[in-house]
Design a protein around this ligand. Sequence first.
Ligand code: FRU
Length: 532
Amino acid sequence: MDSKWDKLLAVSALVIAILIVLLLNSCQKESNTSFAISSSETITIDSTKFHKEPYRPQFHFSPEKKWMNDPNGMVYYKGIYHLFYQYYPEDIVWGPMHWGHATSTDLIHWNHKKIALFPDQLGLIFSGSAVIDIHNTSGLGTKENPPMIAIFTYHNMEIEKAGKLNTQSQGLAYSLDEGETWTKYDKNPIISNLVLKDFRDPKVFWNETAKIWTMVLVAGDHAKFYTSKNLINWELQSEFGKNIGAHGGVWECPDIFKLKVGHSQEEKWILLISINPGAPNGGSGTQYFIGDFDGKSFKTDQKDIKWIDYGADNYAGVTYNDAPNGKRIFIGWMSNWLYARNTPTKNWRSAMTLPRELSLSKVNGNYVLKSNPVEQFKKQQVSEFSKDLISIKTEEKTTFTYDYFNQSELQFKAEAKNLKLVFSNNVNDSLVINYDAKQKTFSIDRRHSGIVNFEKTFGKDVHKTAIPNITSNTVDYQIILDWSSVEIFLNGGIYSFTEQIFPTKPYTKLSIQTDEKQEIRNLTINKIKGIW
Ligand code: FRU
């Protein structure tokens, strides 16, 4: 009997040992590879300090106080980038529009300036653009001191209240001291309008090929092109867009410019048109058309609808006139009319996207407008962590803890396989970014990212985008988080995604997960220096 028990005991011990080994094995599979990065500085956002309120972006442009929407009048002159913007100085919701003003020498650090344009008897000052009239074609300055000229839309509330259609016309103002002080042209409006309800957002530029001032503006469901010799008298040349592109809402804030295709000599014109509503994630978004412009009319054979950004929060973006080295620099308003007035900030509302350099490529025979943060942004990066190779096994996670995720940048190259990134904090807020290789989609899930209930659509859906232009075996990720935004660029800006987020506490954890074996290369985590 004893020996029987001995045998039984031995067998049970063996079974238990096997079970323990199996268990340990499976535990190992689930166990996390953990990297803790100690930040070189601890973040304390002191909300009593200038630009340190909760959710205040630390490296994106935002107004010192009160409401901001579209970027306006973006022009570079004598080493200075001017940024004007739709501004209401009395409240943190939209109201009678002025042009706010800021300047920068590097597109990253900004000086807040005095308000440039105030409403007058002709109306509120809606969106528009600015040029330097270097040969004084307008006669409003001198050849020695060329005027800076702003051309904008007047929106007349009295006419609107009277139920008439001619509420919008185009006005001109000029500055003889590089944007410090402004005089309205005394024969405004320069383009009047009797019949169109929507007639706005003029983008003016010097067309070097056709040697003439050119304007594109929008009229509800189409764009209108004008030319002028002196910036004051404008001649209508053509219309574009009634039956082409996205028309889920009114067309707004156009821009048109030329770019080389990759490194080739081929050149194409790009027409940007913001539309609200009707964007892929609902509400506001910016579509673009690639085509040809002969100085008078724009033509395209584009069939598909293209968006400059597939996130929910990049609207009304336009580009700089006269940026150095022929660069095409874009800034968008980092919000969406669905909830722009409701976001949970105090004292100020809204920020701009990071300035982005636009370039044109051909992917699979298809033109793609790429966006990438301007190179000056690199100066803000402080390297915190880097690793050449991280191998993640099937069903495994790699977790990083870092108290600076809300002011950071991550870059890495992954295989084009399923990959999930989850930024979270200890109160269960999570921002989930998901690359789905089988479905070929990329998604941002901000449903549980923090405060989302200030408006019904903000946290309602996962924002999923088809990404047919990711054709390589590897995917380059660049993810930039500020206190209330995330910007993601895939494969050198072939796709970009911009979204607002309002975590109730800073994200301190990032977990990288996959259901397939995955190799992540050249991972860097940078802290981003604040600009204020
Ligand atoms: C776009 C827009 C423009 C208009 C401005 C008014 O966001 O609606 O069309 O000029 O905002 O603030």
